[in-house]
Design a protein around this ligand. Sequence first.
Ligand code: NAD
Length: 369
Amino acid sequence: MPSRRRFLQTLSAAALTLPVMPLSVMAGNTEQPYQGPVLRVALMGLGGYATLVARGLESCQRARLAGLISGTPEKIRSWSEKYGIAGKNCYNYENFDQIRDNKDIDAVYVITPNALHHEQVLRIAKAGKHVICEKPMALNAREGQEMIEACRRAKVKLLVGYRMHFEANTLEIVRMRQAGELGKIRFFQGLSGFRIGDPGQWRLSKQLAGGGALMDIGIYAINGSRYMVGEDPVWVAAQETKTDPQKFKAGVDETIQFQLGFPGGAVASCLSTYSMNNLDRFFLNGDKGFAELQPATGYGPIKGRTNKGELALPHVMHQARQMEEMAGIILENKKPLIPVDGEEGLKDLKIIDAIYQAVQSGKKVSLKL
Ligand code: NAD
């Protein structure tokens, strides 16, 4: 098991032992059983992260696990038994286009290695189902654009699995910034990394991951810089360091530092790495105050403080909260405070493309998002 996953799963298991606010209470719905619409979701790729999403779905009111897509018959057998999924709602990677005729499934959540997202999302859109796609949405901006267009043509929604966009302490900082409580934003720092284990895993394959740490964990600092600063960057500069070229082969980045410039004059300084642990920190500085999160993007509980004191909003399992909110977005057209649509995923891909370009050229790259 990759060390990050083990680390994050340990955190997650620990989080489950802490007092966790039930979604029913969160929704202010303690007496009446929920009777509104329910998003019926099929999970594609039954690996480590899908396991957490399935667990999250167990406590959702507005979303539930309704189908399975996997290339491993044994997983289909054990998962369908565990979650009570009928055989007619189970597919493999060859036949999942038939989901088009399945009236029991509204959306497919793609949780496979990064390089597979593009083709899988195109096929799901063609089958007429809404799509939730894990981050990074694709390998590059061209693929991301094609996915957006395919979903638009098919009149289905495309969302990206940005779970932090629904996390309470994160949202409190965004609220403070929007209310002007931090003043004019001047600086953001995003540190995102962990020490990766097994050299044979897909995350260290250029072909399946599309890159290295930046695609997998650095994207949290990229995405975070935008929702924390509240603007999209207009330039990027980047520098790469590689200490282990055996493990991190050509095209697989180990460590990249990057800087972003925002139209209002704020700058961001970020680090993305596969070779350091305990690196999950956001810091936002404005003329009137500051906000800090550490851990900022792990599975929680997220901890932080601002110039006004500790941030201590209750922990809700991220995957449960995300699925509950995404059901509202897909079924009731709700608008989240921080967008999670394909355009949002595409912006991050454009920044990733520009960071790799800046590493290659050694020059600042202009961005137009
Ligand atoms: P994983 O290796 O645990 O699971 C991947 C699954 O895809 C496995 O079940 C595997 O069998 C399946 N698969 C299908 N085709 C494959 C192929 N050709 N090669 C390898 N595996 C194949 O990975 P994961 O950690 O679950 O990550 C899956 C996706 O989820 C990635 O895009 C990753 O970035 C994303 N992710 C997101 C978060 C988050 O917090 N939002 C956390 C972890 C992973």
